[in-house]
Design a binder for this molecule. Structure first.
Ligand SMILES: O=C(O)CCC(=O)C(=O)O
Ligand SMILES: [Fe+2]
Length: 287
């Protein structure tokens, strides 16, 4: 019983989602930036299993100001730590450094207004993606925290994985152990949409490596008139994979200001070895 309790408490659910907000509440701090008319299309593409890419989600000026914030943050001693897996002694899965940013009471963010804006913009996406109403599959839940990851430029990587975890139907036959796992993976099980905002140079070169490689087709858009636009334009013709065989592998370069969205339970992805510093701010929208 004690280990069940521990699984529940330590097992991601309590620490990670206890103070999550519903989508509407999370968006109340910051108006969503996606053009309202396009948000439904993006949600549809995500539900079809595509990796949605939106270029120009941040303007060049916002990106430059955010990069200044990142330099300040990186200079704060002990703020970026090795990721939890590597800290626990396993560096075979991922080698990035991370810092978890929280919406409230995070003094590190107090003076970093642009980074705060990025955090809020990500947190406002759930309400936009659900079309400003509750989703059929249940309301979306927005954690208070985002993950800021720094991949150093020495071949840092994150091997292939899926962000969520769906329990196979037979797992209930495993009895108490199944219940333990169910609780242990509580928050991961509840991840719905992964939202990543890249904070690197806009002209990221392929030589730098660091692609987000996905086993999924890409649906590519750009903000039509900069980050205050009222519509999205399809940056690549249509939905790659639509009508034909889905592309088995897509490479998404971590260009600054680019937003990437995908179904956390479905899309297998990896960060290929990076030869330049690579920053990514991630939110796992849950349910
Ligand atoms: O930074 C990226 O492009 C993806 C990172 C990732 O897959 C993760 O943190 O789960
Ligand atoms: Fe991931």
């Amino acid at each position: 019983m004690a280990s069940l309790g521990l699984a529940f408490h330590e097992g991601l659910w309590w620490p990670l989602l206890r103070d999550a907000q519903d989508a509407k509440e999370a968006a109340s701090e910051c108006p969503g930036r996606l053009p309202a008319a396009s948000a439904a299309l993006l949600a549809k593409r995500i539900s079809e299993g595509a990796v949605v890419v939106v270029d120009g989600f941040l303007s060049s000026a916002e990106l430059a100001a955010t990069q200044r914030d990142l330099a300040l943050l990186a200079a704060m001693p002990g703020v970026l730590e090795l990721n939890p897996k590597a800290l626990a002694g396993d560096s075979s899965v991922r080698t990035d450094k991370v810092c978890y940013l929280r919406a409230q009471g995070d003094i590190r963010l107090e003076k970093l207004e642009r980074l705060q804006l990025c955090h809020r913009l990500l947190r406002s996406l759930a309400w936009q993606l659900s079309g400003g109403s509750e989703c059929e599959e249940g309301p979306l839940l927005v954690p208070q925290w985002t993950q800021l990851a720094l991949y150093g430029g020495s071949g840092t990587f994150y091997s292939a994985h899926v962000d969520g975890f769906t329990f196979p139907s037979w797992y209930c036959l495993t009895g108490l152990y199944g219940l333990y796992l169910f609780l242990r993976w509580g928050a991961v099980r509840r991840r719905a949409v992964t939202a990543i905002l890249y904070l690197n140079t806009e002209d990221w070169s392929e030589e730098y490596g660091g692609a987000l490689c996905c086993k999924a087709p890409v649906a590519h858009f750009a903000m039509a008139g900069g980050s205050t636009c009222d519509s999205l334009i399809a940056a690549a013709p249509g939905f790659e994979g639509e009508g034909g065989a889905p592309r088995p592998r897509s490479e998404v370069w971590p260009k600054g200001g680019r937003l990437v969205l995908f179904d956390s339970q479905v899309v297998e992805h990896e960060v290929c070895p990076t030869w330049r510093e690579r920053w990514a701010l991630t939110l796992w929208i849950s349910r």
